[in-house]
Design a protein around this ligand. Sequence first.
Ligand SMILES: [Zn+2]
Length: 462
Amino acid sequence: MSAKPVDTLIRGGTVLLPDGPHMVDLGLADGKVAGVYTPGTAPEAIAEIDATGLTVLPGIVDIHFHVRAPAYPERGSVQSESRACAAGGVTTFFEMPISKPCCSTPAELARRRDHFDENTFVDFALYAAAGDLTEASRDEMMALGAIAFKIFTTPAPAGREDEFEGLAFPDEADQLRALTLLAKTGRPLIVHAESASLLAHFEAIGKDLDPADGYTHGKLRPAVCESVAVAKLLAMNIMAQAKLHIAHVTSAETVAVLRGFAGTSDFTAETCPQYLFATEEDVVRVGVYAKVNPPIRTAADRDALWQAIADGVINYVTTDHAPFAKAEKQAAEGKFPTAPPGVPGIEFILPAMLDAAANGRFTLKKAHDLICANGAKRYGIYPMKGALLPGSAADIALVDLNATTTISADTLHTHAREVAHLYEGRKLRGKVVQTILAGNTVFLNGEISGKAGQGSFVTPTE
Ligand SMILES: [Zn+2]
């Protein structure tokens, strides 16, 4: 009891420590976790949070997020989407490099860093596109604090060349060059993997498919496009030995590929709630509002993804949050081939993972690892982020496992709430009650209490 007082004591809750849940109190001071105490042993506190009946976990680290700012403000801004993060218990988001122009140069990375820094309600990190594949550009973007690098194996979508300049590498030799360039830097290369030539093939033979049919999108981008692209990357990475991360795995076939290459290089893979909580029948029901790339697939694919999570073949669940303006999706109704791909999911991920734990899919510790700890470890920001240990950032989500989250446009904070039809009406067991960033409450009982610019730029610490 002689320890120096802390700023805030979170008392009476169940705290998810790295090894699982514990009935302990958590002291916060100077924006960090000051200590973890067995009840009755905590020092004096200036303020207290009564967490009785609540579960306390590290703020979510979402390693796959799109707002595209400062481009496309009509789809959502750093302010609107980082407020949605706060509401969803997400305290750090990793923004992807798709913007206008693409975030593939040091100048654009610096410009985006400053824009996000001024506007964000929670912490953020920035991916850089692999750019011109030179060591000079790579080193400069690393020095600026790029969390990691990204490429697509697909060509730039027609008319969006500037958004994908330095990001789209359909040629395998370029993919190998990118892997080689990033090897030994310690920074991951994350890849959106779909085979360019197979996509072109299925587009050619699918010309007469009904554009309004919900199954059309999956037929134009079948699982073989993904599994072949992933297999080639993993085969090339045996030579390159980069720290490779496969984005948004969607299919049983790709899970089989990941299993087959286990141990051949340092690779990891993620999937997203839209592939775990929806199937192509939902795409038929919801229409183009459920169009994402790669597509949402069959119940058998969904089940294979849950199994891959259980087996540790997939160790990350990310949102791939991608807001669109209502007018854009509306104008594309009935036109799957040309509709913009993406769904907003940042306020869905934490309740979704709590619901999965409540349903016995996995333990709360596993949920913590999938959305907090593993991403932070992979990207070199652990245990500053993704853990509640002495010295960790005081970034915290308090959740009520016995309450229900009902996904509704009326209560979502994302600017894209009016296109969030995929999950509309869905009930999940578990609810975000309070979100704390660096010791300060940014969300409480449905209301945002943080302010623009409160969040900080996160860079790798190792
Ligand atoms: Zn994405």
